[in-house]
Design a binder for this molecule. Structure first.
Ligand SMILES: [Zn+2]
Length: 71
C-alpha cells in the first residue's frame, strides 16, 4: 500500500520518514521506512525539504549518503 504525505491537503506520495529523537533532541529524515510507525511521520520530498527542527534541536538528514550510491 502506497503511503501519502502526512501534511494536510498534500496528496503527494511519501518518500521520506521523519522521526523525533526526544532524548537527543534530534530530528531524523530518512528514506521511507517499509512500515509506518506511530512515532514517525511520512512526508513527500517537498515537505521533507521544508522541515525545520524545533529550536535547539538538530536536523540529521540520513538521505544524504545513500548506501546504494557508495560503490
Ligand atoms: Zn507533502
Amino acid at each position: 500500500m502506497r503511503r501519502g504525505c502526512a501534511r494536510p491537503a498534500c496528496s503527494e506520495a511519501a518518500t521520506v520518514t521523519l522521526s523525533y529523537g526526544y532524548e537527543s533532541a534530534t530530528v531524523w529524515l530518512e528514506p521511507l521506512t517499509p512500515e509506518g510507525h506511530p512515532m514517525t511521520h511520512d512526508l513527500c520530498d517537498r515537505h521533507a525539504a521544508r522541515t525545520v527542527p524545533p529550536r535547539g534541536w538538530e536536523l540529521v538528514d540520513l538521505r544524504q549518503v545513500p548506501a546504494t550510491m557508495a560503490s
